[in-house]
Design a protein around this ligand. Structure first.
Ligand code: DX5
Ligand code: ZN
Length: 217
């Protein structure tokens, strides 16, 4: 399974619905929504109301990436807004298993993300419970940064850990993915590819998405 998840962070919000549809025509599988609070990361983006608008504009999987402190306060709001996946940062909670349980109680699939400086071993305690591991391949906060090469070995490590623990989480990678590195990232074991600027900062959104998708075949 190789899925493309365009990140709306780099989209033009004044025509969000149309741009999401253009990416869908190019073969997008999920729509990735980056929620930032100005505390966990320096940038501020949007909250549940915008996710609700995304939900209304597509039937694709809505993948919500919470880069916020105290994420638990907002699980219900994002679930109600129509999220299919809610991913929290491992660095923002003390008990991963408890947070995962709360996401699932809200009726949503649960993901856990690690920043570039956080080791894969951080998620071992929750590996059996989580639905998705999101490996950040840039420092969270902004689109358009370059892929951090050492993320490749973290992806392979995650594949090994999943096997060793007999876990089933999907492996997603986020940050700096382009047509020039997507195949290498795929070969390392990534299954869901988040791509912001390489899809939405292209004049031809449909063409850019389909080019990335074709490289995954
Ligand atoms: C960064 C976000 C990413 C971002 C990726 O903190 O989590 O999802 O949109 O953007 P690109 O693909 O431009 O690196
Ligand atoms: Zn993201």
């Amino acid at each position: 399974m190789k899925l493309l998840a365009p990140s709306i962070l780099s989209a033009d919000f004044s025509e969000l619905g149309r741009q999401i549809r253009l990416s869908e025509l190019g073969g997008a599988d999920w729509i990735h929504c980056d929620v930032m609070d100005g505390h966990f990361v320096p940038n501020i983006t949007f909250g549940p109301d915008l996710v609700k608008a995304v939900r209304k504009s597509t039937k694709l999987v809505v993948d919500v990436h919470l880069m916020i402190e105290n994420p638990e306060k907002y699980f219900d709001a994002f679930a109600k807004a129509g999220a299919d996946y809610i991913t929290i940062h491992s660095e923002t909670v003390s008990d991963l298993n408890e947070s995962i349980r709360k996401i699932k109680d809200a009726g949503v699939k649960a993901g856990v993300s690690i920043k570039p400086g956080t080791p894969v071993s951080r998620i071992a305690e929750a590996a059996g419970e989580m639905d998705l591991l999101l490996i950040m391949s840039v420092d969270p906060g902004f689109g358009g940064q370059s892929f951090i090469e050492s993320s490749l070995s973290k992806i392979s490590e995650a594949v090994s850990l999943r096997k060793k623990l007999n876990a089933r989480f999907i492996i997603e990678v986020d940050g700096g993915i382009t047509k020039n590195n997507i195949q290498e990232i795929s070969a390392a074991g990534c299954e869901v590819f988040v791509a912001g600027s390489s899809v939405f900062r292209n004049e031809n959104i449909t063409g850019a998405a389909s080019e990335l998708k074709n490289l995954l075949k």
